[in-house]
Write a protein that binds this ligand. Structure first.
Ligand code: NDP
Ligand code: MG
Length: 382
């Protein structure tokens, strides 16, 4: 099945790989959005000829409008532009590849229009998962995960007629570049080391989240929301080789797993073509050249971000939005060389102590909690 895509965050790591899949598989691109990367956005627009291109930053949008003046692509700016791209009538599928909570409102806008959501933006489900999943159900919008672990689980659940037969979800974690290090060693790691993931090439924020293991904590919450699973029925195992992307254990003890090379093209493509499978650009996996597959326990005490995320997963309410907002702010400061690696969990923990959490939050409660958490982090480093 050929799809018509609106790609939110087309210049990022997932966005660019989505375009690679679209090119290889013949999906149409109706809209692209960026924050400010106009040069790449121009090249993408010339190649894929979308009817709409959005640059969120006003100045960038003005520049992009000049660059694309000789084409048929309309250029919009700001939050309004983003929401228009998310609800464009021409597109049947919205790929949410924006990083951070900035992806929440456009995802909701796409859900309102009943689009298929190929969901990469995990922060949306971490902050507002219950609300988003409920709205998607009401509007008949399909949410198909792009995150490799959740795609693996989604694939393992195909053909499962009785959801009650699922005993546990098992999420694999590479462990990141610092697996096995002590707190003392972690206090000395640099930004360059943290940005070097052993198995995956990704955007800067998720790469740092992978180094702190916050990414696995966010994914734990994402899995709870996507699959309506309580925390006690989700397990994280460290699997250094990143070949088994995640597993599902059933009541009879059978465990199904999805294996593949560390290539996001496959989960992106499956989110577009599900329930069908088509040939595509993903690197095949050669079992005979795989290293031995190993599985170990994670260490949420040393990797405190994981411990904090698991605590918030239990608490629910706005605590996960506070966790996420504080983490986005702290990772931003780390990437600007303003704080050290271990300041990330320290600042997130402090924000969780300072910002009161509420149960059964509305969208406004969630956005307020996010802002309060960011404020708490910035106040702590002032
Ligand atoms: P990148 O940082 O590589 O790309 C982010 C994209 O979003 C860029 O197009 C960027 O535009 C745009 N963007 C950034 N900030 C804003 C904003 N405030 N408003 C609107 N657009 C914005 O991220 P990734 O592709 O790595 O990740 C995207 C999402 O997918 C994240 O939620 C991540 O957790 C998830 N994910 C990523 C994986 C990966 O392999 N990369 C794997 C699994 C999940 P510009 O270029 O102009 O800055
Ligand atoms: Mg993942």
């Amino acid at each position: 099945m050929k799809r018509t895509l609106s790609i939110l965050g087309s210049t990022g790591s997932i966005g660019q790989q989505t375009l690679k899949v679209a090119q290889a598989c013949g999906h149409k691109v109706a809209a692209i959005t960026v924050n400010r990367s106009v040069e790449l956005a121009e090249a993408q627009a010339r190649r894929f000829k979308p009817s709409l291109a959005v640059a969120v930053e006003e100045k960038a949008a003005a520049d992009l409008r000049t660059r694309l003046a000789d084409t048929g692509t309309k250029v919009l700016s700001g939050r309004g532009g983003l929401l228009e791209a998310a609800s464009l009538s021409e597109a049947d599928t919205v790929v949410t590849a924006i990083v951070g909570v900035a992806g929440l409102e456009p995802t909701l806008a796409a859900i309102e229009c009943g689009k298929r959501i190929a969901l990469a933006n995990k922060e949306t489900l971490v902050c507002a998962g219950e609300l988003v999943m409920a709205r998607a159900k009401e509007r008949g919008a399909e949410i198909v995960p792009v995150d490799s672990e959740h795609s693996a689980i989604f694939q393992c659940l195909q053909g499962c007629r009785d959801k009650g037969a699922v005993r546990r979800l098992i999420i694999t974690a590479s462990g990141g570049p610092f697996y096995g290090k002590s707190c003392e060693e972690l206090s000395l790691v640099t930004k360059a080391q943290a940005l070097k993931h052993p198995n995956w090439a990704m955007g800067a924020k998720i790469t740092i989240d992978s180094a702190t293991l916050m990414n696995k904590g966010l994914e734990f919450i994402e899995a709870m929301r996507l699959y309506a699973m309580p925390p006690e029925r989700i397990q994280i195992v460290v699997h250094r080789e990143s070949i088994v992307h995640s597993l599902v254990e059933f009541e009879d003890g059978a465990i199904l797993a999805q294996l593949g090379s560390a290539d996001m093209c496959l989960p992106i493509q499956y989110a577009l073509t599900w329930p069908e499978r088509t040939p595509g650009p993903a690197k095949p996996l050669d079992l005979l050249s795989c290293p031995p597959l190993t599985f170990q326990k994670p260490d949420p005490d040393t990797f405190r971000c994981l411990g904090l995320a698991l605590e918030c997963a239990e608490k629910g309410g706005t605590s996960t939005a506070i966790l996420n907002g504080a983490n986005e702010a702290a990772v931003g400061l780390f990437l600007e060389d303003k704080i050290g690696f271990l300041d990330i969990p320290r600042l997130v923990e402090r924000a969780l102590e300072q910002v009161p959490a509420a149960d059964r939050p509305s969208l406004d409660d969630i956005l307020e909690a996010d802002q309060a958490a960011r404020g708490a982090v910035y106040d702590s480093v002032r």
